[in-house]
Design a protein around this ligand. Sequence first.
Ligand SMILES: C[S@@+](CC[C@H](N)C(=O)[O-])C[C@H]1O[C@@H](n2cnc3c(N)ncnc32)[C@H](O)[C@@H]1O
Length: 255
Amino acid sequence: MAQLEFGEGIVRQLEQAYRGRDMARRRGLVRAALGAEPGDRILDVGCGPGFFELELAAEVGAGGSVTGVDLSAASVAVAKQRSAGHQNLEFHEADATALPVADGAFDRAFSVQVLEYVPDVDAALRELRRALRPGGRLVVWDVDWATVSMRTEDEARMERVLAAWDAHLTHPSLPRRLGALMRAAGFEEVGMDAHPFATNELSGETYGGFLVPFVEQFVGTDEATAWADEQRALAEAGAFYFACLQFCFTAEAPR
Ligand SMILES: C[S@@+](CC[C@H](N)C(=O)[O-])C[C@H]1O[C@@H](n2cnc3c(N)ncnc32)[C@H](O)[C@@H]1O
């Protein structure tokens, strides 16, 4: 199965999901880790539909700027629409491993649930380091998909469905290696935090609730639909359960 493609249909679905409660909480955690200040120049690698940019524009103020980069033309188009009228936001269609930005141009950079899709993570980290000024702050957030825990009466079927879902990205458990990769790329003061996303609510407001139909659609088999039907039945009975761990890495570019 091929990796998930961020075409127009998927980007619109993600845009809807990113309005949900869990995604807003996640952006809050990332922004707290980033610690933006008025006047900062901020880079977002893999900006998706551009929710972070509007929130950060308010934090950096008119004297700062936020630059979003994404490989997907559809994401960049949606992000540009969302930010229309803001002077200090800009977007580029480009790969994380070849950023169209000058050396040392940013005070802070972040990349949320993106490096897990990038085959050459080392190259992406080198680019982030190049883009940051000496002492600049980096925040990288990724999911360890092996931590997904859900209720089911058919463990073998769920294992097959979630294994098929793992093909939607290149590195299903990147957080296990990310700290070491960041150090190898020359970053200093590397720190790691884990945040649980757990819910009993199968709805677009929650990370797990959004994932069920998204996984069903990506895997696209009768078995995946049977699994998703089971999850919907559990939800109707008040018995839906989802949990996973997401990881927030922080670091400093060398001075
Ligand atoms: C799960 S979305 C996350 C979007 C955004 N960071 C957020 O959290 O709201 C992953 C994004 O990474 C982008 N992406 C995947 N591979 C990329 C690459 N090699 N270079 C740049 N962006 C990439 C996708 O196009 C998609 O917009």
